[in-house]
Design a protein around this ligand. Structure first.
Ligand code: ADP
Ligand code: ADP
Length: 229
């Protein structure tokens, strides 16, 4: 699971904290979606989990470990990351992109090759067709699928997703959201996701955490959040 305890962040030169007294638990095997207006602190919270942002106060725990004490390899073993705008390495092939973390973990070539094809199949791509292409030879939706495959390649228990479907056209988006949601539930992943799209939050979240000005306003199941006046 993921747990924030009194996490806070004030960036240098900021008058107000980007994140303040933030307490949130994402139970194992569930998806929590952070939602709120631009600048409310969603990305700051998410990036504390994989230590791209260091808290000014408080702690963040992943699978029972304080992330402040995890080395980079341990972080990548535990946490997959789907970045905003996909963030694939443009000069590497799809296979090389998906193989990134298994490569860092020192898997042998055969195991990596098998894993790459399995992951591409999992996200609905034909491995033989896309394996050796560069990201710019794919559609936005295909690139997003590769981003998910890369994040899941080393089978981390925890997945972070920052506006994962922002670059996908609206028609393809709903289907991709449902497919990815199905994969995450089936694999039992613990997921923290950021969006400003309420529809996406409702489709993908077991819980939705509503934020405003660096604070949590409400955490609830999507149907209960929507039911409130
Ligand atoms: P959100 O993801 O909800 O849009 P962010 O977490 O990106 O919000 O930002 C929260 C606040 O912190 C905003 O006021 C933003 O301008 C500020 N902020 C984010 N990153 C930095 C940074 N690296 N340096 C200074 N201020 C930042
Ligand atoms: P590079 O090979 O340029 O060092 P990175 O190690 O930054 O690339 O990123 C490789 C992969 O690791 C990315 O696919 C991303 O999903 C994941 N990743 C990047 N940073 C982190 C992090 N702090 N924690 C967990 N996973 C990360």
């Amino acid at each position: 699971m993921i747990r924030f305890e009194g996490a806070a962040k004030t960036y240098p030169g900021q008058a107000r904290p980007a994140l303040d007294a933030f307490d949130l638990t994402v139970e194992a095997g569930t998806t929590c979606v952070l939602i709120g207006p631009s600048g409310c602190g969603k990305s700051t919270a998410l990036q504390m989990v994989n230590r791209l942002v260091a808290p000014s106060a408080g702690r963040v725990w992943v699978e029972g470990r304080d992330v402040a004490g995890l080395d980079p390899i341990s972080l990548r073993r535990r946490i997959g990351y789907v970045l905003q705008g996909v963030g694939l390495f443009p000069h590497r092939t799809v296979a090389q992109n998906v193989a990134t973390v298994p490569g860092l973990l020192g898997w042998d070539a055969r195991r990596i090759a098998e894993r790459v094809d399995a992951m591409l199949g999992l996200v609905g791509l034909d491995p033989g067709e896309v394996r050796d292409r560069r990201p710019d030879a794919l559609s936005g939706g295909q690139r997003q699928r590769v981003g998910v495959a890369r994040a899941l390649a080393a089978d981390p228990p925890v997945l972070l997703m920052d506006e994962p479907f922002g670059a996908v056209d609206p028609v393809a988006r709903a289907r991709l959201q449902d497919e990815v949601r199905g994969i995450l539930v089936r694999l039992g992943k613990t997921v923290l996701m950021v969006t400003h799209d309420l529809d996406e939050a409702v489709r993908m979240g077991d819980t939705v955490a509503l934020m405003r000005e660096g604070r949590l306003v409400q955490v609830d199941a999507p149907e209960r959040l929507l039911a409130r006046p």
